[in-house]
Write a protein that binds this ligand. Sequence first.
Ligand code: FAD
Length: 402
Amino acid sequence: MTRILIVGAGHASAQLCASLREQGHEGPITLVGEEPHLPYHRPPLSKTFVKDPEAELTPIRAAAWYASQGVATRLGERVVAIHRDDREIELASGERIGYDVLVLATGARAKRLPGLDGMANVLLLRDAADASALREAIRGVERVTVVGGGFIGLEFAASARILGRAVRVIEMAPRLLARAVSPTLSEYILQLHRAAGIDIALDARIEEIRSRDGRVTELVVNGRPEPVELLVIGIGAEPNIDLAVCAGLACDNGIVVDEHMRTEDPAILAIGDCTSFPRDGARMRLESVQNANDQARTAAATAMGREEPYGASPWFWTEQGTMRLQIAGLVPPDSAGVKRPGKSPDHFSVLHFADDGRLVAVESVNSPGDHMMARKLVSADARPDLARIADPAVPLKEFLPA
Ligand code: FAD
């Protein structure tokens, strides 16, 4: 029976275990994860978990489920090498485990700023340990400085503000979330956070980091020194590709896979945040729960010998203070889009089109109904009439192709 070994116990691997059993795999499944936890929901870490000292991790599936599905879990174990010729992986302890199909689901890690490792008041936010440390640290400070105006930095900034901390966000780009959202949304989010009392600097360059006794004390930003109590680095993530690189697998901002999630070694698949996958003639890497889950479903099919190429339409969400933003599709760079108003200025969607009139992305603010329909419209390559779709009186479902 085919032995499937999964490295990394996160969103993608939890879904893979489920999909393998749903799709009829009866052989052994072993899940090896470096963190001491079963796969848990990572998105709450920056939203609810850091705010609530009593909050616990939310497992994606209970321990009993893995037992009932015959999934062997090896938690708190780091995989340090892949021996491709022997079809074995090696744990940090030196133990080797054999496989017939190996799935790399190693995720991504938070990028660091050079020279800050070991500083007592500098924290990252990627996993449960980071979030627990941050939740503890924030209790003892009045002021938090967040480097990076991306999703995680802003979610954490909003959480810290709700906890009553003075919050400063330092972003080097001229607008927030510049790579992921439209200028309309960047501006809306900027105003929302400023109205909540968050101090946001754009076009901001950190020219010097001053420290004393193992703590960062000051940042010099655009020529001005700013005091630091707690510094949170939210400058993005990079894929965990080390194992793949050492095993000689091709990597290009992620482990290179085909549309079936196969690496160049047919016995090794890769899924989730760690992959660089083909899309529209280019390579892409996404960091989202949707991508992790849908790639896991594709990989399960591949492992079962079926050809079901990955073509899922991306979607994403973020929660920042009072705002829930949901995005269907990928927003074209700097697209102005067409606004579809909602019941108040804080409820609306912005729709984005390709040159040929196809709806390619929709950003929905506090409008979950729009978002659910937008996912269908984007997947269906709808070509709606611009004037009509901007009219909130016309239901979005009318634009679904027949
Ligand atoms: P991960 O969930 O990161 O799991 C990878 C696992 O592999 C980790 O546990 C890691 O320790 C382990 N691992 C790595 N190397 C090894 C090794 N050598 N040996 C053993 N184990 C190893 N996405 C959304 O869509 N919406 C959101 O609102 C959202 N919010 C987020 C908030 C935060 C704070 C973070 C950090 C992420 C958020 N994301 C969000 C992104 C989402 O969580 C990721 O896209 C998702 O977790 C990716 O799943 P994955 O299985 O690929 O990787």
